[in-house]
Design a protein around this ligand. Structure first.
Ligand code: FPP
Length: 259
């Protein structure tokens, strides 16, 4: 992060109406590049810059958890050269920004499957988590090689093993226990999920966790996402009435009392 002047600490006053947890589906890098006659890689490279801006803005806006969808389990079906580029960008991002993240109070957490990642990537992810584990201003949760269905299946498998081993009974399994076996076990459910590029779907991102999330779809490509767009999404969020399956106080029928 080059622009040290606009330090995360500057905007430290937490807006109590800010969502605690924001998820972001960073979509549209390829289309952003195609629109400009540039290679897709250029779109991803500019996507990293947008990610930097977003981390800084999230900290300034008082968001406590930011989850970014960086590489989905389904992204392996892309051409090998693009996969190599995306892996390279992750390495570049961690190598170039880890020190700043560390100094600015950001805790890096990585969710997703590490089994089929190369050893050097796993080592970098481990290093990023270890070096920032004492930080508590903002958790940057990088969903890398992540798929929500895979995460849910893994949780079910873990619980099945615990039942088979006699550690728990099937009746012990409830929503809280289930959520405690997900990659996001340390974070509250996202209040808000933002997706850029105009597509309106979750694409296997935080499907368990988003049961009551507000969804905001923006008609801009990810490389164009900036502080202003983030602010606008937060304002849309604030204007929404969250009911969590209930009714608002003001909508409850009035009980007539004798006077
Ligand atoms: C979607 O654009 C974006 C991705 C698949 C990857 C997101 C990656 C970054 C923002 C940069 C890399 C950051 C890290 C930390 C690895 P798309 O390629 O699907 O765009 P399209 O739908 O227009 O083709």
């Amino acid at each position: 992060m080059k622009d040290k002047q606009a330090s995360f600490a500057e905007g430290a006053s937490r807006d109590l109406r800010a969502p605690l947890h924001v998820g972001v589906i960073m979509d549209g890098n390829g289309r952003w590049a195609a629109q400009r006659g540039l290679p897709r890689f250029e779109g991803h490279r500019r996507g990293v810059e947008a990610l930097r801006r977003t981390v800084r803005a999230a900290a300034d806006f008082g968001v406590r958890y930011l989850t970014v969808y960086s590489f989905s389990s389904e992204n392996w079906s892309r051409p090998p050269a693009e996969i190599t580029e995306l892996m390279g960008l992750l390495k570049f991002f961690i190598r170039s920004d880890l020190r700043t993240l560390e100094q600015e109070g950001v805790r890096v957490r990585v969710i997703g499957d590490r089994d089929n990642l190369k050893a050097d990537i796993v080592a970098l992810l481990d290093e990023a988590e270890a070096r920032t584990r004492h930080n508590s201003k903002l958790d940057l949760i990088v969903a890398f090689n992540y798929g929500s269905r895979q995460e849910i299946v893994a949780a079910a498998r873990d619980l099945a093993r615990e039942v088979a081993a006699g550690k728990i009974s099937p009746d012990d399994i409830d929503e809280t226990l289930f959520a405690s076996r997900l990659g996001t076990r340390f974070a509250p459910d996202p209040d808000l999920i933002i997706r850029t590029s105009g597509e309106m779907r979750l694409s296997n991102f935080l499907m368990w966790q988003s049961a009551y999330s507000e969804l905001v779809f923006l008609p801009i490509y990810w490389p164009d996402f900036d502080r202003q767009a983030f602010q606008a999404a937060l304002e849309t969020f604030r204007a929404r009435e969250r009911r969590f399956g209930g009714v608002l106080e003001s909508e409850k029928p009035k009980v007539m009392t004798a006077s």
